[in-house]
Ligand binder design. Structure first.
Ligand SMILES: NC(=O)c1ccc[n+]([C@@H]2O[C@H](COP(=O)([O-])OP(=O)(O)OC[C@H]3O[C@@H](n4cnc5c(N)ncnc54)[C@H](OP(=O)(O)O)[C@@H]3O)[C@@H](O)[C@H]2O)c1
Length: 237
């Protein structure tokens, strides 16, 4: 019998330049061209999306906490995850190992905010999240265990399909750990060229093994944007 995966299906969905860069500010694209990202996103029947801490900080959270607060660590007994009361059927997951992000609201455009934290974050931070109605999952220490996070996302929130939406470092970590099933890229007719800016997959290690993906489909969209889909074989088959 084929084992049933306890993780959601993960689709890494991104917009890139021809040279694989992902900071879209200043790209000469029409409004329609830019809209392809959300339009294609809507074709997936996803219950949630997930971003790295930097992307959440720059685009969605209300700031970062003071360093002295982030430095406080929990060394006591394990604590429980928290699922905020209320009816939620779509979710925004923020990977935030150290609990840096400040959330004033538990909602991003109708999606319920869930922080994915290491078990080392302080009791004070967890209390603030509970008070603001932000759910959280404690997944590993001192680093976040990404595979465990995906299992909890499925088990606690019923997410079957999850969009992984950058940036490059969280995408790189998830690919390295064999946690991506599909890559969906909107390749724009733009050459960026800014050396040192984030790319579609960034892995911060000395020895990175290049991966081959299997091409699924290519579709020409508005404004010369290509939608390219690749299947990612999970390690071992
Ligand atoms: N074009 C697009 O479609 C698109 C989509 C999304 C984002 N972006 C752009 O991407 C840029 C950010 O990319 P980025 O690569 O710098 O940042 P990122 O991937 O958003 O966030 C990186 C952070 O995520 C955390 N992280 C990474 N790997 C982890 C792991 N294995 N376990 C736990 N946490 C991990 C770390 O946070 P800590 O430092 O807190 O440990 C790391 O600093 C933004 O400027 C955004 O505009 C573009």
């Amino acid at each position: 019998m084929t084992p049933v995966s306890k993780r959601p299906r993960v689709i890494c969905h991104m917009m890139t330049s021809l040279d694989g860069r992902i900071l879209t500010d200043g790209w000469p694209l029409s409004k329609e061209g830019r809209q392809q990202y959300e339009q294609v996103h809507a074709t997936y029947d996803a219950q949630g999306w997930l971003c790295g801490r930097v992307t959440m900080e720059q685009h969605f959270a209300q700031g970062v906490r003071p360093d002295a607060e982030i430095a406080r660590k929990h060394h006591g007994a394990p604590r429980d995850d928290f699922v905020a009361p209320g009816e939620h059927d779509s979710f925004a997951f923020a990977i935030d190992t150290h609990g840096r992000l400040d959330w004033d609201t538990n909602d991003i455009d109708g999606d319920h905010v869930v922080a994915i934290l290491s078990a080392r974050v302080s009791d004070e931070y967890l209390a603030v999240l509970r008070e603001r109605g932000v759910s959280y999952l404690l997944c590993g220490a001192p680093e976040v265990d990404l595979a465990e996070a995906l299992e909890k996302i499925a088990a606690r929130f019923g997410v079957r399909t999850l969009m992984l939406e950058g940036g490059g470092k969280i995408n790189g970590s998830m690919l390295r750990d064999g946690l991506i099933d599909e890559v969906s890229v909107l390749v724009t007719p733009v050459v960026d060229g800014r050396i040192g800016t984030p790319a579609l997959f960034d892995v911060d290690e000395d020895h990175v093994t290049p991966r081959r993906l299997e091409l699924e489909s290519v579709e020409k969209r508005a404004d010369g944007v290509l939608w390219v889909r690749y299947r990612v074989e999970r390690p071992g088959g």
